[in-house]
Design a protein around this ligand. Structure first.
Ligand code: ADP
Length: 520
């Protein structure tokens, strides 16, 4: 990065922080070295690159407005987070080192509309908070949770996180936002723009342009409330756990699931994962091998044997009324048997029955066990995501998989791959597991990720979500008509945020002040 992408001096930042302290109180300002560590990336590729100057934690939208106005006055960069548990994508840390993090985790109001199956949330509400609220009030509504459910329901939806139920594309559940704009104005989107509308969280568009998605993965505003749709509790959850024996079986598996997903026989977001998913949670690498480099075929065979896994596996679930679910299950079973799985285990669950923590994701129960993969190397670990968007084509997914796996082997990384179905696309969510205690290993991570991203872009595959280190590079790949989309984003950014204070660099969108010397 050029020198132009530097925050203001510490003296300017401190003056702004002092004014912010007068707004939120000293107890809600975090500016010691330990605080700066806390708000830094927990799984850093480059530990110094994204260290914030401080964090402030407002309690109300009015306080957020006042903070934004102070930031605009002093021209200091802010980085909003909801709960800041965005592991693998930068955690709580800003793109621009020296930014002031606006931590919204104290804002925890929940307003449920049981009849309409919606909830109006503040950003600090975590998946556990909402789940506990629904359970303890015996409300027959389900949320959809991501693999790390420690974070915020809103924060995850704004970064387009994924879950496992029919409501698994979290950003699609957003309906009606309240947003503080970079000049301190407060706006409600959709029907919420009518002061008395009872339909704010029921109709997604309102009248005129629909703005909700413009606040997802952008730096156009700070969301202080969001309506979300919840799933009416189903009569049953039925399905199959499928294991496929060979590496090449990915192709028929995708070509079998894709049409059923597009047709709506399957309404959840199934995720195909490779053999590695159990080993890196339940064991450490040393238990399998002391050899560096990608896991050998012998180790892969041993892992598969111990856990009874195929090269690929997927859990497919149907939800809703029992008669409909059973009919869909029959269709699913026939289609799966036609591709000769290594194993096909039926799954059945009805309300009131217990379920194991590893099954909770399909029942909308929060979980954190997948984060255990940070312990794969046994010391200080972590992971970074690499997640290109692919078509639902077995052939094209197989080709991308072969290319990526070859790069994992070339760089000596263990291959953790998954293919998560949307309605028309697949998110090829890969993890690169980190060994923060091994400097030689860590030196390979950045070039490895850049190679993966560049390879994918050459085939027209861009990522759906990015770690803060790679936002510029990924945005470079979205290149139609000399980056017309980035230029549009920049024009909107400059109009809404003339002082250039809100999350500079998020999703590769830099305000004018930071672009000036870039020649863009
Ligand atoms: P989680 O705790 O669910 O993992 P985060 O709070 O880390 O989610 O949010 C993920 C990313 O989404 C943040 O880095 C930020 O860029 C964006 N974001 C989160 N909350 C807000 C918000 N309330 N307004 C605007 N952007 C947000």
């Amino acid at each position: 990065m050029t020198q132009n992408r530097k925050p203001p001096s510490a003296a300017v930042l401190d003056r702004a922080l002092k004014a912010m302290t007068a707004i939120v109180g000293a107890d809600a300002v975090f500016a010691t070295d330990q605080d700066r560590d806390t708000y830094s990336d927990r799984f850093p590729v480059d530990p110094k690159a994204h260290r914030p100057h401080a964090a402030v934690a407002p309690l109300t939208a009015e306080e957020v407005q006042a903070i934004v106005r102070v930031a605009a006055e002093h021209k200091v960069p802010l980085w909003p987070i909801s709960r800041g548990k965005n592991f693998g994508y930068g955690t709580a840390a800003p793109v621009l080192a020296g930014s002031i993090v606006v931590d919204l985790s104290r804002m925890k109001k929940i307003e449920i509309d049981v009849e309409n199956a919606t909830v109006l949330l503040e950003p600090g509400v975590g998946f556990y908070d909402l789940y506990d609220y629904l359970q303890s009030n015996k409300i027959p509504l389900w949320l959809s949770v991501p693999g790390n459910s420690w974070g915020s329901v809103i924060g995850n939806a704004l970064d387009r996180g994924l879950g496992y139920t029919p409501y698994g594309e979290h950003t699609r559940n957003l309906c009606g936002l309240e947003v503080v704009l970079p000049d301190g104005d407060l706006v409600r989107t959709g029907m919420g723009a009518m002061s008395k509308a009872p339909t704010w969280n029921l109709h997604k568009y309102g009248f005129g342009p629909a703005w909700d998605q413009l606040f997802a993965q952008s730096n156009f505003g700070i969301v202080t409330k969001a309506g979300m749709w919840l799933m009416p509790a189903p009569e049953c959850v039925l399905g199959f756990d499928v294991e496929m024996d060979r590496f090449e079986d990915l192709e028929p598996l995708i070509d079998t699931i894709g049409p059923l997903r597009r047709e709506g026989v399957l309404q959840q977001s199934p995720t195909i994962g490779n053999y590695f998913r159990a080993a890196n949670i339940l064991t450490t690498r040393k238990q399998w091998t002391d050899q560096p480099g990608s896991l050998s075929d012998e180790v892969i065979a041993a892992i598969r044997k111990q856990f009874g896994l195929g090269w690929w596996g997927v859990s497919l679930r149907v939800y809703g009324r029992e008669t409909v679910a059973k009919a869909n299950l029959d269709i699913l079973e026939k289609a799966l048997k036609a591709i000769h799985p290594m194993s096909l285990k039926p799954f059945e669950w009805r309300p009131g029955q217990p379920f194991s923590p590893t099954q909770g994701g399909w029942m909308g129960a929060p979980m954190t066990f997948p984060m255990q993969n940070a312990n794969w190397f046994g010391g200080r670990g972590g992971h970074v995501g690499f997640s290109p968007v692919l078509p639902q084509s077995g052939k094209l997914c197989m080709e991308q998989c072969r290319r990526a796996y070859a790069r994992y082997k070339e760089y000596g990384m263990d291959y953790q791959a998954s293919f998560a179905f949307g309605e028309r696309h697949i998110l090829n969510v890969n993890s690169v597991l980190l060994n923060l205690d091994d400097a030689a290993f860590m030196a390979k991570v950045d070039p490895f990720l850049r190679t993966l991203i560049t390879d994918a872009a050459q085939h027209g595959y861009g990522e759906y979500r990015a770690h803060i280190d790679y936002m510029d590079l990924i945005s470079d790949g979205y290149d139609f008509n000399n980056h017309a989309l980035r230029r549009l984003n920049e024009r909107v950014k400059d109009a809404l945020d003339p002082a250039g204070i809100l999350a500079p660099g998020k999703s590769g969108i830099w305000p004018k002040a930071y672009r000036a010397k870039e020649g863009k």
